[in-house]
Ligand binder design. Structure first.
Ligand code: G3I
Length: 455
């Protein structure tokens, strides 16, 4: 093991000065979005006038690989659970926004759109709500919408105002819920009218699953939206969750279904996309979904329901674009190339050679004053001849030692750019690791690991 000790203070070397220029490209995620000419999901979608989002859990934001992948690839977020009724108003009249605020702050700091999810839903509903009388429930529903939307007023791109209000199957009927059962059919309209009055600048969506193709359930939603539009009930968008697996495959009339809703004068959004499977079959399904959105001019964006298979609600079905190690899957390449991006066989930062790499981070040891971190660099589906990864610590933390890499530093000393300290070649899918010691100086935060650039 080669130990490279770094000196602090007067002897800052010419390397630091030369490395200062790396800061802008490597350490600021917003610039990373701009600089990464269509070699990320977000930048490729942006080139098509659309956002590419993901569901995010606040509890994972402290994990470097999770936040690093989020910041590199995505331009929109949906809190996976943190804005739901049980998270925001578990006790009547007492509102809790801490976890959702964390996601909103993170998204704002990285110029990401935020989809609010969700205001009125039969699930994840505290039991006190179902015990109310009709008039009390109406008051509680409107108060919930008002308080939550006011808290986030001006920050939300689109709200899922009402979620999953229709039954599965062939009836096209409304689902039984406290809202439906006590307030009747009018509760959806009332929720949308209240929502509009609170934040007139947020797009207001109806969101559901098993409405992705043309069927009895989507027909019922279609008829509701048509009725709302004809009567001036405020609705701006319809969300198609798009949770697919072998029992519920991507419908052949997916695009036609999106188009018929768009033709009613609403935006359509793919809001919770995940497709179980692996390899080419999964990749083809993802590509077909992206193609459908691109073919419908009012399809304004796609959100996948999570970043990594590791944290998916359907983890065993490996339905997402990154595997448990945050390695890009064939489905990722298919989505990127369908969006017109350059990663699929066209080079992801590797000068058009097909070279890509990914990183994961782990804390390997910890003492009271310091901890050791390890970054693993993994080549993508093509061999690479070199790689570059940034590690950013939070002042007053300092990196005091490194091994198995060749570091340079920005002028602040907080951003280390690591390259191979010898031959940087890695076969397709092969990995190497480097390590470093962080002096805590009172702060135990994990470092931010930037995207891996391959050559
Ligand atoms: O946070 C608690 C944890 O403290 C506890 O130890 C653990 C044990 O049960 O539960 C944890 O909460 C779980 C939560 O996810 C966070 O992981 C809940 O039990 C679990 O029910 C909840 O599941 C969520 C599910 O909605 C609830 O209906 C999934 O994460 C979330 O992905 C899923 O998302 C829904 C959309 O909102 C609407 N469309 C369908 C979609 C998939 O079901």
């Amino acid at each position: 093991m080669t130990m490279i000790r770094r000196r602090w203070g007067g002897a800052r070397s010419a390397v630091s000065v030369a490395a200062a220029g790396l800061l802008a490209a490597a350490a600021i995620p917003v610039l990373a979005h701009q600089a990464a000419a269509a070699d990320t999901l977000g930048s490729a979608a942006a080139a098509k006038g659309r956002y590419f989002g993901t569901a995010v859990a606040a509890s994972h934001l402290g994990e470097s690989a999770y936040a690093g992948t989020l910041d590199r690839e995505f331009t929109a977020v949906t809190p996976e659970n943190e804005m739901k009724w049980d998270a925001t108003e578990s006790t009547r009249g007492t509102f809790t926004f801490g976890a959702a605020d964390q996601i909103v702050s993170h998204a704002q700091a990285h110029s990401m759109k935020i989809r609010g999810h969700t205001l009125v839903w039969h699930s994840q509903l505290p039991s006190w709500v179902s015990g109310l009388s009709a008039s009390d429930l109406r008051t509680a529903m409107n108060n919930h919408i008002t308080q939550v939307m006011q808290h986030y007023k001006g920050k939300i791109y689109a709200w899922d105002v009402v979620n999953e209000a229709f039954q599965d199957g062939g009836s096209g009927a409304r689902r039984s819920s406290p809202f439906q059962d006590k307030l009747g059919n009018g509760f959806i309209e009332e929720a949308f009218r209240t929502a509009r009055s609170v934040d007139p600048n947020a797009k207001l969506c109806y969101n559901d699953y098993n409405t992705d193709g043309i069927n009895a359930k989507s027909n019922a939603v279609y008829n509701m939206v048509k009725d709302f539009k004809s009567r001036g009930v405020p609705i701006d968008c319809v969300g198609f969750q798009s949770h697919f697996n072998s029992a519920s495959p991507v419908p052949s009339d997916y695009q036609a279904n999106l188009q018929r809703f768009a033709d009613l004068g609403v935006d359509v959004q793919i809001t919770e996309l995940d497709i179980e499977g692996s390899g080419t079959a999964q990749a083809t399904n993802y590509a077909n979904v992206v193609k459908a959105c691109l073919a419908v001019s009012r399809c304004t964006g796609i959100t996948v329901w999570g970043i990594t298979d590791k944290y998916s609600w359907r983890s065993s079905g490996t339905p997402l674009l990154f595997d448990s190690n945050y390695t890009k899957k064939p489905a990722y390449d298919a989505v990127l190339s369908t969006l017109g991006g350059s990663g699929s066989g066209g080079g992801g930062g590797g000068g058009g050679t097909g070279a890509t790499c990914s990183v994961s981070y782990a804390k390997t040891q910890e003492w009271s004053d310091r901890f050791n971190g390890q970054v693993t660099v993994t080549a993508g589906s093509a061999p690479i001849s070199g790689w570059t990864v940034t590690v950013t610590v939070t002042p007053p933390q300092k990196i005091s030692a490194t091994w198995n890499g060749s570091p340079t530093w920005d002028s602040s000393g907080n951003v280390m750019t690591m390259r191979p300290n010898g031959n940087g070649s890695l076969a397709a899918g092969a990995s190497t690791s480097f390590g470093f010691t962080v002096m805590k100086n009172g702060n135990s935060a994990a470092p931010a690991i930037g995207a891996c650039t391959a050559s």
